[in-house]
Write a protein that binds this ligand. Structure first.
Ligand SMILES: NC(=O)c1ccc[n+]([C@@H]2O[C@H](COP(=O)([O-])OP(=O)(O)OC[C@H]3O[C@@H](n4cnc5c(N)ncnc54)[C@H](OP(=O)(O)O)[C@@H]3O)[C@@H](O)[C@H]2O)c1
Length: 247
């Protein structure tokens, strides 16, 4: 099958591409670095010619509800409109566990994105997953006060991006399912401890305070609202095993 991956150069998107190619599919990467801009629609029609399915893993890193909503409504709106024009039979969206329990900040944008897909004429699948192990690395880079790295407090049940990518690739090669069962990692972790462990493992020696960040989304995550329910499908690689793998 010919399957397009929006955000196919990103943290999880690159694993979707790898899994698709390993399974013998043709993966087409949609990102600005390959000449496709989802926010303007430039390059989309040409890239989707002959595609059987699309996986949407494009992303904007922001905690602003307005920015996130504008990005996800526009980018996914352009994607599904182009999918309809190209006769694509299936759109798979990656979303996040618990966003309806804390519809604030970045998660407001993800909820708006789910609504775009749910109301599309193209058959769809929405897979919600928990935070990635790689989220610790993304936060280490992004959560800073001046030169000081900080470790945000939250309850999470993280999963390896590689396992999420493999699941998305399998879904894209199959029939549309609507909403699927949540996907999560094997055990609950403390986000601040994950960020500190990642920092130590990658050679950072400075003091890192664990902080309760402001904002309704982070408050919800501290209260456990991003944790999966008992029916979630669980990945196998723990955060500790992932850390061992990266060095
Ligand atoms: N991080 C987590 O823990 C986590 C957990 C669950 C779900 N998710 C979801 O997973 C998805 C991917 O997150 P991620 O952290 O893997 O993303 P990421 O590493 O930030 O990658 C973002 C991707 O989107 C592309 N992109 C951004 N703006 C674009 C534009 N205007 N046009 C075309 N492509 C664009 C980027 O490529 P270019 O820069 O080349 O355009 C890149 O390939 C998001 O929907 C996120 O909500 C994340």
């Amino acid at each position: 099958m010919r399957i397009a991956v929006a955000g196919g150069t990103g943290v999880v998107g690159r694993h979707v591409v790898e899994s698709l190619r390993d399974a013998g599919h043709e993966a087409v990467v949609l990102s600005r670095s390959t000449g496709v801009d989802l926010t303007t629609g430039a390059g989309l029609d040409a890239a989707l010619a002959g595609a059987d399915a699309i996986v949407d893993t494009a992303n904007l890193s922001t905690m602003s509800a307005d920015e996130a909503t504008r990005f996800f409504q526009t980018s996914t709106g352009n994607l599904v409109a182009a999918a309809e024009r190209a006769g694509v039979g299936h759109v798979v969206l990656l979303s996040i566990v618990g966003i309806d329990r804390m519809p604030h900040d970045y998660y407001a944008g993800k909820l708006a994105q789910e609504r775009v897909v749910e109301t599309a004429r193209v058959p769809w699948t929405i897979q919600r997953a928990t935070q990635f192990h790689e989220f610790a690395a993304q936060l280490f880079d992004a959560a800073k006060v001046g030169p000081l790295h900080i470790a945000p407090r939250a309850r999470v049940q993280p999963i390896a991006a590689r396992e999420v990518g493999a699941r998305l690739a399998a879904l894209a090669a199959g029939a549309p399912q609507g909403r699927t069962t949540d996907l999560a990692g094997p055990r609950e972790e403390r986000l601040d401890e994950m960020v500190k462990a990642y920092a130590r493992r990658t050679g950072h020696r400075g003091w890192m305070p664990a902080l309760s960040l402001p904002g309704a989304q982070m408050k919800g995550m501290r209260e456990g609202l991003a944790l999966p329910g008992p029916d979630a499908v669980l990945g196998t690689q723990t955060f500790a095993a992932w850390l061992d793998e990266i060095g």
